[in-house]
Design a protein around this ligand. Structure first.
Ligand SMILES: *[C@@H]1O[C@H](CO)[C@@H](O)[C@H](O)[C@H]1NC(C)=O
Ligand SMILES: *[C@@H]1O[C@H](CO)[C@@H](O)[C@H](O)[C@H]1NC(C)=O
Ligand SMILES: *[C@@H]1O[C@H](CO)[C@@H](O)[C@H](O)[C@H]1NC(C)=O
Ligand SMILES: *[C@@H]1O[C@H](CO)[C@@H](O)[C@H](O)[C@H]1NC(C)=O
Ligand SMILES: *[C@@H]1O[C@H](CO)[C@@H](O)[C@H](O)[C@H]1NC(C)=O
Ligand SMILES: *[C@@H]1O[C@H](CO)[C@@H](O)[C@H](O)[C@H]1NC(C)=O
Ligand SMILES: *[C@@H]1O[C@H](CO)[C@@H](O)[C@H](O)[C@H]1NC(C)=O
Length: 671
C-alpha cells in the first residue's frame, strides 16, 4: 500500500514525538517519560525546561523542588490485597553544581503516603522531603532513596558521596558509597554524584519479601547484576492504600541545579526500559550568571545609550533647525540661484563676527569662501518677516543674477529661511565707497579716481535702466552701496533691496523706503520708484563723492544741513568750487569738477522731468553733450529743505539709515 506523502510525514512526526517525549502507557500502573516535555507532573518549585529536562532546583539558594506523578498510585489494591504491591522504577538524573569541583546539594526519589508530608517540607534542607531530621516518632509516611552529596554528622552520613535508603528520616536505614559493582571483575567502582554526569538508577521493591535494591551506573551502561544497596524495609505504613511517587531536592547554601532526564515506573513488574537515545541532553555548562559587572554596567550602558541617542536626536534636530530653510514651489524656477543655508553657513564660518564685513541698512554682510566653485563671496543677511513681495523680489534677484556688467556687483544667488533672506554677491576686495569718503583712516581718493568711480556707477545705472532686456530700478543708489573691486572700479550693489520693504502703491499705506537725502520728492506723492528717482539719488551721490559730505548732516549747532541746498547756495554765489572736498589733492581739472557739481544739481531737480536720463548723464560726463544752463529760477522752485521739513514724516523704519514716509495723503493734499 502506498501512503500519500503527507500522510507518511504525519505518521513519522507522530512516531518521532512519541519517541522523544513518550508518556506511554500511563494506565495508573506504569508510565514512562523519555524526557518530560509535555509531561503531566505535579510540580512544586520544580520546573520542566523547554528541552524536556525536569529541573528540581534552578540554582537559587534556600529553595526546594518537588515533582511527582499527579495522581497517587494504588499500592494496596489488585492481586495482593494483604501485602503492599511490588514496584520497580528506573530514572536518569544528574546533579549540577555551580562549580563542578565543589560540593552541591543532592536529591532523592520518594514514595509518600500524603501530599501533606511533601508540602510541610522545609526549603533549603532535608532534601526537600521533611521538616525535621527525624520524624520516625510520627507514623511512617515517607520512603526515599537519597543521593547525598554532603557529609552530615547529624544524619550519621558515611561520607559526602553516598546513596541511602531512608524511611521517615534522613538517618538512612542503609547506605553506601555512590558507585556500582562491575559485572566482570565484581569490583566496586566509585561514582561521583557531583560530577554533572547523568546516572541511571534502578529501585526495586518486593512487596512480599519487603526487600529493596538500589542499583546505579553511569548513563549508557547496562544494569549490573549486583545491586549497590540491598536491604529489607517494610513499606506497608508508607503504602497503606495509595501513595505518591516522585523526586525531591533542596538547595541551601550551594547553588545547584538537579535534573531528572527520564523516568519509568511500574507496579507489579519491572519498570519499562528507557529509550536512552530519546532522552534530552543535559546542559553543557552552568548558565552564565548575570555578572555583577554586567548588572552594574548594563544599566549604565543602556542609560548612556539612551542619553547618547537623545543627544544625537537633539543634535540632528538642532542641525535641521540650524540649517533649515524656507523653500516654496514657485522657487523651483529660480533653482540655479538657490544656495543651501548649510553651504553659506560653512562658507562664512557660521556667520562669525570675524567674517563680518559690515552692517548695512538691511542687515549684516559677511565675508565667505565657497568651496565649490572656489570663490570669495559676500553674504548679506536681510531680516524679513513678511512673505509679501518676496516672490517678486526673488524673481528680480533671479533676473538680476543674470545681469553682467563691469560696474555692477554680481549677484550669485540667494537663500531663504524663516524671517531671513540671504543674498550672495561676489566679494569686492576694496569694500564700499563711503569708507573712503568718511573714514579718516582710509586712504584719500584723488579726483581722477573719484571721476572714474562716478563714470562707472553711471554706466552701471545706464545699463540697468536702458541697456538690459528689462528696466531695473536700483532704488538705493548711495555711496555705501557702491563697492570697489580690485581695480578700484565703482560697482553698484544691493539692487532692489528697498523693494522688499516697499509694499504696494496704496496711497494711505504707502511706505517709501530708501535713504533720506537720496529720496526724490515725488516718491512722497506716488511712492513709485522710477529710473528718474534713481537719477535723483545719483545726483545726491555725485555731491557726496565730490564734496566728501553726506547728503544731510547736522552742523555744530545741531542744525540740519541739506547738502544740495548748500551747493545751490554756493553756486548762486558763484563759488561752487568752494564745496569740493578739501582733502582732494590739488591738480584736478576745475572744469571737470564744476561739470560734475552742476550735473549733480541737474539730477537733483525737484521735478522728475527736470532731471536728465542716465544716457544723457553719460553724455554730459563724457562731454558729448553740453550741460544746459541752470537758471536760478529753475532751481528755486522749491528746495529739498522744505520738502523734507514739511512733507516727509521722519519715522525710522526698523532698520538703520532708511526712512519711512507715512500718510501720504497729507502730502498730496496741499501741494
Ligand atoms: C528559581 O525558582 C524560583 C521559584 O521557584 C524563582 O524565584 C527564582 O527566580 C528561580 N531562579 C532562577 C535562577 O531561575
Ligand atoms: C494530569 O493528571 C491529573 C491527575 O491524573 C488529571 O486530572 C489531569 O487531567 C491531567 N492533565 C493532563 C493535561 O493530562
Ligand atoms: C496477611 O493478612 C493476614 C490476616 O489478615 C495476616 O495474618 C498476615 O500476617 C498478613 N501478611 C502480611 C505479609 O502482612
Ligand atoms: C512537620 O510535618 C508534620 C507533617 O508531616 C507536621 O505535623 C508538623 O507540624 C511539621 N512540623 C513543622 C515544624 O513544620
Ligand atoms: C522518638 O521517641 C523516642 C522514644 O520515645 C525518643 O527518645 C526520641 O527523642 C523521639 N524522637 C523525636 C525526634 O521526637
Ligand atoms: C571511592 O571513594 C571513597 C570516598 O569518596 C574513597 O575513600 C575510595 O578510595 C574510593 N574508591 C575508589 C576505588 O576510587
Ligand atoms: C546494607 O547494604 C549492604 C550492601 O548491599 C549489605 O551488604 C548490607 O547487608 C546491608 N545492611 C543492612 C542492615 O541491610
Amino acid at each position: 500500500m502506498l501512503l500519500e506523502p503527507h500522510h507518511s510525514v504525519t505518521l513519522l512526526l507522530i512516531l518521532v514525538a512519541a519517541g522523544r517525549h513518550c508518556v506511554a502507557g500511563d494506565d495508573g500502573l506504569q508510565f514512562t517519560y523519555n524526557g518530560f516535555a509535555g509531561a503531566n507532573l505535579t510540580l512544586d518549585g520544580a520546573a520542566i525546561e523547554p528541552n524536556g529536562l525536569l529541573m528540581l532546583t534552578n540554582g537559587s539558594l534556600q529553595t526546594k523542588g518537588q515533582a511527582f506523578h499527579p495522581s497517587p498510585l494504588p499500592f494496596r489494591t489488585g492481586t495482593a490485597p494483604n501485602a503492599t504491591r511490588s514496584f520497580s522504577t528506573t530514572f536518569v538524573f544528574a546533579i549540577y553544581g555551580q562549580y563542578s569541583d565543589l560540593s552541591s546539594h543532592g536529591m532523592a526519589f520518594f514514595v509518600s503516603a500524603s501530599r501533606e508530608v511533601l508540602s510541610t517540607a522545609l526549603p533549603g534542607q532535608f532534601l526537600g522531603l521533611l521538616n525535621s531530621t527525624d520524624s520516625s516518632n510520627q507514623s511512617a509516611r515517607i520512603f526515599a532513596v537519597e543521593f547525598d552529596t554532603l557529609l552530615n554528622a547529624e544524619f550519621r552520613d558515611i561520607n559526602s558521596n553516598h546513596v541511602g535508603i531512608d524511611l521517615d528520616s534522613l538517618i538512612s536505614r542503609n547506605s553506601s558509597d555512590a558507585g556500582y559493582y562491575d559485572d566482570g571483575t565484581g569490583r566496586f567502582q566509585n561514582l561521583s554524584l557531583i560530577s554533572r554526569e547523568a546516572m541511571q538508577v534502578w529501585v526495586d521493591y518486593d512487596g512480599t519479601t519487603t526487600e529493596i535494591t538500589v542499583t546505579m551506573v553511569p548513563l549508557g551502561m547496562a544494569r549490573p547484576k549486583k545491586p549497590l544497596l540491598q536491604t529489607t524495609v517494610d513499606l506497608s505504613d508508607v503504602m497503606q492504600s495509595t501513595a505518591y511517587v516522585g523526586f525531591s531536592s533542596a538547595t541551601g547554601v550551594l547553588s545547584t541545579r538537579n535534573f531528572v532526564v527520564g523516568w519509568s515506573f511500574a507496579l507489579d513488574g519491572p519498570a519499562p526500559a528507557l529509550d536512552i537515545s530519546a532522552l534530552p541532553a543535559l546542559p553543557r555548562a552552568w548558565p552564565k550568571p548575570r555578572s555583577k559587572v554586567l548588572e552594574i554596567v548594563l544599566p549604565i550602558a543602556s542609560a548612556t545609550l539612551v542619553f547618547a541617542v537623545g543627544i544625537g536626536i537633539y543634535i540632528v534636530v538642532q542641525r535641521r533647525l540650524r540649517y533649515s530653510e524656507l523653500r516654496e514651489e514657485w522657487e523651483e524656477a529660480f533653482g540655479p540661484h538657490r544656495f543651501s543655508y548649510k553651504e553659506l553657513f560653512h562658507a562664512t564660518k557660521g556667520f562669525s563676527d570675524k567674517n563680518l564685513l559690515g552692517a548695512g541698512g538691511f542687515g549684516n554682510v559677511y565675508r565667505g569662501k565657497l568651496s565649490k566653485p572656489d570663490r570669495e563671496v559676500a553674504v548679506k543677511r536681510v531680516s524679513h518677516e513678511s512673505r509679501q513681495g518676496m516672490k517678486e523680489f526673488i524673481a528680480e534677484v533671479a533676473s538680476i543674477g543674470r545681469l553682467r556688467h563691469r560696474n555692477l556687483v554680481p549677484l550669485l544667488g540667494y537663500c531663504r529661511r524663516k524671517g531671513e533672506l540671504l543674498l550672495v554677491y561676489h566679494y569686492m576686495p576694496n569694500g564700499s565707497l563711503d569708507k573712503y569718503l568718511y573714514d579718516a583712516s582710509a586712504p584719500i581718493l584723488d579726483w581722477h579716481q573719484r571721476f572714474h568711480i562716478i563714470r562707472g556707477v553711471a554706466a552701471g545705472l545706464l545699463y540697468i535702466h536702458e541697456d538690459w532686456e528689462q528696466v531695473v530700478i536700483h532704488r538705493d543708489v548711495k555711496a555705501s552701496n557702491v563697492l570697489l573691486d580690485s581695480e578700484m572700479n565703482g560697482r553698484l550693489g544691493d539692487f532692489g533691496l528697498a523693494r522688499l520693504y516697499d509694499h504696494g502703491v496704496d496711497a494711505r499705506t504707502t511706505h517709501v523706503v530708501g535713504t533720506m537725502g537720496y529720496l526724490a520728492p515725488e516718491l512722497g506723492h506716488t511712492g513709485k520708484a522710477t529710473p528718474s528717482t534713481d537719477v535723483f539719488a545719483f545726483g545726491a551721490f555725485l555731491l557726496e563723492i565730490t564734496c566728501g559730505r553726506r547728503p544731510i548732516e547736522q552742523n555744530e549747532r545741531n542744525n540740519r544741513i541739506v547738502l544740495v541746498d548748500w551747493v545751490i547756495e554756493q553756486w548762486r554765489k558763484g563759488m561752487i568750487l568752494d564745496v569740493v572736498d578739501t582733502r582732494i589733492p590739488n591738480g584736478f581739472s576745475k572744469d571737470k569738477v564744476s561739470l560734475v557739481l552742476r550735473l549733480a544739481l541737474l539730477c537733483s531737480h525737484p521735478l522728475a522731468n527736470g532731471r536728465p536720463t542716465m544716457r544723457q548723464v553719460m553724455q554730459y560726463l563724457d562731454g558729448d553733450l553740453v550741460l544746459p544752463d541752470l537758471s536760478s529760477a529753475y532751481l528755486s522752485f522749491t528746495t529739498l529743505e522744505r520738502v523734507y521739513d514739511g512733507d516727509f514724516k521722519q519715522n525710522m523704519m526698523p532698520y538703520t539709515s532708511s526712512m519711512s514716509i507715512g500718510d501720504v495723503s497729507e502730502l498730496s493734499g496741499g501741494r
